[in-house]
Write a protein that binds this ligand. Structure first.
Ligand code: ZN
Length: 133
């Protein structure tokens, strides 16, 4: 693991949350992208080395909609950048962590991603991400 690549925040509505985070971070959202497999829209902000990813559900039964229903808006996951996602997934498996994805899958912002089950990480959803070259 190299560093925190981004922090994912679940929000109800981009039309209020994007201007809110633009004001908070004093920077413009630089990318908006839908991830079909997850039924989410994403919006990215860069601050120094780290990014903030806002997540908005596209459908009422999407993972983000369910998360907000249970826990309300707020921090959804922490994403760590890795050089070799397959090697890191192997290491995680060996260490006994539960992977939510068998194989790396395409995520937002030109990344391959894999999530770890929060059951094994003190309730924190962890994302591993590797830049697609
Ligand atoms: Zn993420």
């Amino acid at each position: 693991m190299k560093k925190i690549e981004h922090i994912g925040i679940a929000v109800k509505d981009f039309s209020t949350s994007i201007p809110l985070f633009e004001k908070l971070l004093d920077t413009s959202c630089y990318k908006k992208e839908g991830v079909e497999s997850e039924k989410v829209n994403t919006a990215f902000f860069r601050k120094g080395e780290t990014k903030i990813e806002l997540l908005e559900s596209v459908e009422a039964d999407g993972v983000i909609a369910k998360f907000i229903e249970k826990k309300g808006e707020g921090i959804h996951h922490i994403a760590f950048e890795v050089d070799d996602i397959e090697a890191e997934m192997e290491r995680m498996k060996r260490e006994g962590f539960i992977l939510l994805n068998e194989k790396p899958k395409p995520g937002a912002d030109n990344k391959l991603v894999c999530f770890l089950h929060p059951k094994g990480t003190n309730g924190v959803l962890i994302e591993l991400c590797q830049e697609i070259k």
